[in-house]
Design a protein around this ligand. Structure first.
Ligand code: SAM
Length: 340
């Protein structure tokens, strides 16, 4: 294979791998490029490589996506193969037979590859909204904020981060794995979300601080050189948490992704940011970064207006187009940096 062709094939494989690991919609896969390649003699080999980078990927074998998803993916791969080859592929049929007999759990896994070669794997609900919460799946703004963080590790290095409305935990886990924070506190208000979040923290090889209260009272000792951050998951409702409870976490930086989805959440969020603005560590209030998808400009406008009323200055972080993670669909996103 010529070097150019090899680079093409590697790009195609990467496109399949990252989308499959994150269980992205099948229509977003580079099927057309695959069809073109399948017409070459190297086609069958390429299909086997795709199989290894998707259904048989070590991450997927250990933490599989939904059975329905794998089944649809393999059926499509077989269709593509049969459109150009008369001989059926034993390997593809064998892989399909394996998923046809598997049971469908209520949860599935999604994995996201990091530039370091490491990955974040999350157990998520198969439904976008379940148990009355949106927090059991990963939203685009979480990916967007994580991409920005990976590019700006100094914001987190040797610092304590407190995340509000962490949901499944993608942003925080990506930060913990790439930005060397001193400590990371995930938080949410919903009990199911918290249960899943704890599971995801453990799934990614971090241990949890046994008691958030004890930790808040005794935040050290911790050497700045330590490789692994201290990680805690806290039940924290923006409406009921108090300023002293927030101050006990001693955060240097606050994060929140996709938490602006209606006037009520905007008001609650600004309420908790106000309380956080009274927290002082080394005479400094924490910085805050809020990432969101611009679904409804009025909601975003309400947020900035309320920040103005609360006396919290903000600026928009320059937009990035890192595309480290595969997105489900294109949507406009923004990150605001707040000076609390
Ligand atoms: C759309 S999800 C976003 C989850 C995650 N940050 C992401 O982007 O994938 C919103 C999250 O905010 C949490 N949330 C909403 N209102 C809250 C409140 N008053 N206090 C704490 N968490 C809240 C929900 O439980 C949910 O996990």
């Amino acid at each position: 294979m010529a070097p150019e062709e090899r680079a093409d094939a590697a790009r195609l494989l990467w496109g399949f791998e990252r989308r499959f690991l994150a269980a992205r919609a099948l229509r977003s896969f580079p099927w057309q490029s695959l069809e073109e390649k399948l017409r070459d003699s190297s086609g069958s080999e390429l299909l086997l490589d795709i199989l290894q980078k998707t259904v048989k990927h070590p991450l997927c074998v250990k933490h599989p996506p939904s059975v329905k998803y794998s089944r649809s993916f393999l059926s499509e791969l077989i269709r593509k193969h049969e459109a150009v080859h008369t001989e059926p592929s034993d390997e593809l049929y064998q892989a399909l037979a394996e998923v046809l007999t598997a049971e469908e759990p209520t949860h599935c896994h999604r994995s996201y590859l990091l530039p370091s070669g490491d990955s974040v794997t999350l157990c998520e609900s198969t439904a976008i909204v379940s148990h009355g919460t949106t927090g059991l799946v990963t939203w685009n703004a979480a990916l967007y904020l994580a991409e920005w963080a990976v590019e700006n590790p100094a914001v987190f290095t040797h610092r304590t981060a407190l995340e509000l409305g962490s949901g499944a935990g993608l942003t925080g886990l990506a930060i913990c794995k790439t930005c060397r924070p001193r400590a990371y506190v995930f938080s949410d208000c919903h009990s199911r979300v918290l249960e899943q979040l704890r599971g995801n923290v453990l799934l990614n090889g971090f241990s949890l601080e046994p008691s958030i209260d004890a930790w808040a009272q005794h935040p050290g000792p911790h050497t700045p050189e330590a490789e692994r951050p201290r990680v805690a998951v806290a039940q924290l409702d923006w409406d009921t948490v108090t300023a002293p409870q927030l101050a006990a976490f001693q955060p240097d930086v606050i994060l929140a992704a996709d938490v602006l989805y209606g006037p009520e959440t905007v008001l609650s969020l600004v309420g908790v940011l106000r309380k956080l603005s009274t927290c002082r560590k080394d005479q400094r209030a924490p910085d805050a970064y809020v990432a969101f998808t611009i679904r409804n400009p009025e909601t975003c406008q309400l947020f900035t207006t309320e920040l103005g009323w609360a006396g919290i200055p903000w600026e928009e972080v320059p937009r990035h187009n890192q595309k480290l993670f595969p997105y489900e669909e294109h949507s406009e996103m923004a990150i605001l940096k707040l000076t609390l």
